[in-house]
Structure formats: structure tokens, C-alpha cells
Design a protein around this ligand. Structure first.
Ligand SMILES: Cc1ncc(COP(=O)(O)O)c(C=O)c1O
Length: 417
């Protein structure tokens, strides 16, 4: 079995190409602690892209010639691979390829606004969501002239940082039509109570949407077993290429929702007077789809499953907890980390230094961490801060990253004070 951590970095060319002589004259490896924003790509994914583009590339579902037929077969095989990855019982006919989680959520919000929501309907989402699972619902509520209600966060620090289920129970009532939430939060790394929220929603007949952008790398459960109606995620956070995302939906939703994008490839007939849509997933795949990206994603899923998602989760969560323990001992640091042991993300700030300044100085030690509101502005406001620094851990992270980052943070604080 392959080892996780530093041993795995030999498979990732990015690390060999980014050893850097730092400002103090020392040669330092890349300490990449921003995998929650996007993961690096193993050689097998890069090879799959090169191989496909070199040998088999053609547009899909359009040509009678060999290359197009081969590319179409590979594209459809990638769809079947994704279905298998999501879980037993999920069919390829439920897998829509998109450009990412953001597009997948826009398809759902737009489609539901046009097909399921009425003025008396309520959409319920957590207040702490990534903008991708917040702004499209604000737009849907405007479009359908209905209510958007937010589930609050319980506390502001430590173990208390979790969704307020008691408040959710009051909000998810008979007029609730949609409940949409992240499986894992992108700032606090909290694992949301998806099963409880789904049970509340199903009790009133609401559609449940699960944003798995942060969880598909580590959690191997089949989300459809919990009763959700749609699952969304992005390839680039799964060690796969950018420009490819997934929307897996129940057959009922696929039939009911109108498309977001219209054009070539998604029609059943077109005349100058009117057009009608293809049935099934084709209805949502207008234009030339991300073909090579889908094939790269399929290779990434093979790579990921060979390593084991639960193994990656245990590894990354252990490193996150070691980092949290180390960083919390540095004077002036305030942690925003539930600390249940399940998180692979640690957000923090310094009480006298701006998060952006801290992250910029860290880059001088070849430490890559993201700073800002992390596309979750309402959450950052709820926490009473303007920005946070975030460290996130992945399969290739190791203890040397924790040490390099802690040393760099201590040094940065001395420089900035
Ligand atoms: C929880 C969550 N949802 C949605 C997104 C949006 O993903 P993408 O930018 O790939 O569309 C992200 C990205 O960070 C995320 O963390």
C-alpha cells in the first residue's frame, strides 16, 4: 500500500519544481497548506490528460469518425467512473458534468426557482456557507419571490462551532421547499449534521442538496444513502483538473429541472419558432463539454480510491490537530477550529496583525496558506473578524509541513511587530 505524506510527494511534480531559496538564504521545500482551495495533481492524472490529448482527443457525441467515437466512449466511461465513486446504486444517467461546484449549484438554484418554488416557499441554508451555496439561493429567492432563511452557528469559538440544529428544526417547516448545505465547511472544517438536516427536510417533503466540495476527498459514504436529492463537487479539489465539476441528481430532479445553459448538444429539436430539450443529463450539458477534464477526473478518482479516502481523512485530520495545537501556543493567535478531531482545516488569526500581511510574509518562507474571507463573508462577520488565515491538509501533507509552517508563523510575527 502506498504511503501518505512526504513519501507521496514524489508523485507530484509541483513539489520538485517549487523548492525555493528564501529571503534568509535557506533552500526550503514548498509547504502547501491550501488544499482546501485546490489540490495538486499526481503524475497519473497529468499522464491521463497528456495521453488522451495526444492519442484520442476529439469532440464528443458529434462525429461519425473514429476519434470522436473513441473520445465519446472515454467521456461516457468517465461518467460511469464518477457514478461508481459517488456510491452504490448511483447510475451514470444521474451524473451531469459541469465546470465546477459553483456551476452545479447554479443549475440547481436556477432550475428550482423556475420549477419548484412558489412565493409561499422557503429555502433554508446555513448562514456560514461558501458563497457558491449562498448567492445562487439569494438569486433563486428573488426570481421566485420567496423566502430565504439561514440556519445560524451555535458558538463563536472551539468545539461550539457547529450548526444550530434547534434553530434548523424551527426553520424547516411545511412551507420549506429546499434545504441546501455543505457536508464540510470550507473555513471551520466542521462536519455538518447532514443526516439530521436531511431527516428534517424529508419530513416536510423538501428537496435536499449537499455541497460535497470539501468532503469528497476524505469521506467515502454514499450521500444518497442519507436521502439527499443532489450532490455537487469539483474535480480540482479531488486531485483532478480544473474546469470539471459534477452534479449528481435524482432522476426526478433531472426530469423536472429546466436547463441553465441552452445551445448545442442539449436539444431534442430546434425550429425558428421554438426548441425542445433533450432528456436526461444531456439537457444540462450545452456546448462542447470539458472532455479532457472529465477523463482527468476519472484518473484522479482511480488514484484517490487506491489510497483510500478514509485513510486520507485520518491522516489530514491528525496533521490539522497537531498544527492547531502548535499554533494555539503562539502568543496572540486566536483559533477558529472546532477541534472534534474530524477537521482537516484550521483557521486562525493574530490579534494584532492582518491575515493578509501574515500570509504574505509566510510566502517568504515558501509556506502557501490562504488569507481572507474565504468566499464565506457572512461567516467571517458572524465570527466578528474581517479575515482569517487558513491551513488545510491533504494526502501529501506531513509533519514537516506543520513544523515549517509553525516556524514561519513565529518568524512572521516577529517581522511584522
Ligand atoms: C464548500 C465549498 N462549496 C463550493 C465551492 C466552490 O467550488 P468551485 O470554486 O470549484 O466551484 C468551494 C470552493 O472552495 C467550497 O469550499
Amino acid at each position: 500500500m502506498k504511503q501518505l505524506g512526504a513519501a507521496l510527494r514524489a508523485e507530484f511534480p509541483i513539489f520538485a519544481h517549487n523548492v525555493r531559496r528564501c529571503e534568509d538564504g535557506h533552500l526550503r521545500p514548498l509547504c502547501y497548506l491550501d488544499s482546501a482551495v485546490s489540490t495538486h495533481k499526481p503524475q497519473s492524472v497529468i499522464n491521463a490528460l497528456v495521453e488522451f490529448l495526444s492519442h484520442d482527443y476529439g469532440s464528443v457525441h458529434r462525429g461519425a469518425y473514429q476519434l470522436s467515437v473513441r473520445a465519446s466512449e472515454k467521456y461516457e466511461a468517465a461518467r460511469a467512473r464518477v457514478a461508481k465513486f459517488v456510491g452504490a446504486g448511483v447510475a451514470p444517467e444521474q451524473v451531469i458534468f459541469t465546470r465546477g461546484t459553483t456551476e452545479s449549484l447554479n443549475i440547481l438554484a436556477h432550475g428550482l426557482a423556475l420549477s419548484g418554488l412558489k412565493s409561499e416557499s422557503r429555502i433554508v441554508i446555513p448562514a456560514i456557507e461558501h458563497h457558491a451555496n449562498l448567492v445562487p439561493w439569494q438569486q433563486a429567492a428573488l426570481q421566485a419571490d420567496c423566502e430565504l432563511a439561514y440556519v445560524p452557528l451555535v458558538g463563536t469559538h472551539g468545539i461550539e462551532l457547529r450548526l444550530d440544529l434547534a434553530a434548523a428544526r424551527k426553520l424547516i417547516t411545511t412551507n420549506t421547499s429546499v434545504v441546501s448545505l455543505a457536508h464540510v465547511g470550507n473555513v471551520l472544517g466542521q462536519v455538518n449534521p447532514v443526516q439530521e438536516m436531511t431527516a428534517l427536510a424529508k419530513n416536510v417533503g423538501a428537496t435536499v442538496i449537499l455541497d460535497c466540495a470539501q468532503s469528497m476527498t476524505c469521506f467515502a459514504e454514499n450521500p444518497f444513502d442519507w436521502g439527499v436529492d443532489a450532490v455537487v463537487f469539483s474535480g480540482h479539489k479531488l486531485y483532478g483538473p480544473t474546469g470539471i465539476g459534477v452534479l449528481v441528481a435524482s432522476r426526478e430532479l433531472i426530469d423536472r429541472l429546466p436547463p441553465l445553459l441552452t445551445g448545442g448538444g442539449m436539444i431534442s429539436s430546434v425550429s425558428l419558432e421554438e426548441s425542445s430539450w433533450a432528456s436526461g443529463v444531456a439537457k444540462f450539458e450545452a456546448g462542447t463539454p470539458p472532455i479532457a477534464e472529465a477523463i482527468g477526473l476519472s484518473a484522479a478518482l482511480d488514484w484517490l480510491e487506491e489510497l483510500g479516502r478514509t485513510r486520507i481523512h485520518a491522516h489530514a485530520a491528525q496533521l490539522a490537530s497537531e498544527f492547531a495545537s502548535g499554533v494555539s501556543k503562539i502568543p496572540g493567535i486566536e483559533l477558529f477550529y472546532p477541534g472534534t478531531g474530524a477537521e482537516t482545516i484550521v483557521s486562525f488569526r493574530h490579534n494584532a496583525l492582518h491575515a493578509h500581511d501574515l500570509a504574505t510574509i509566510l510566502d517568504g518562507s515558501n509556506v502557501a496558506m490562504r488569507a481572507g474571507h474565504h468566499c464565506a463573508w457572512p461567516l467571517v462577520k458572524i465570527l466578528g473578524v474581517d479575515a482569517l488565515v487558513r491551513a488545510s491538509f491533504a494526502a501529501y501533507s506531513d509533519r514537516d509541513d506543520v513544523e515549517q509552517a509553525l516556524e514561519a508563523i513565529k518568524k512572521a510575527i516577529l517581522v511584522l511587530k
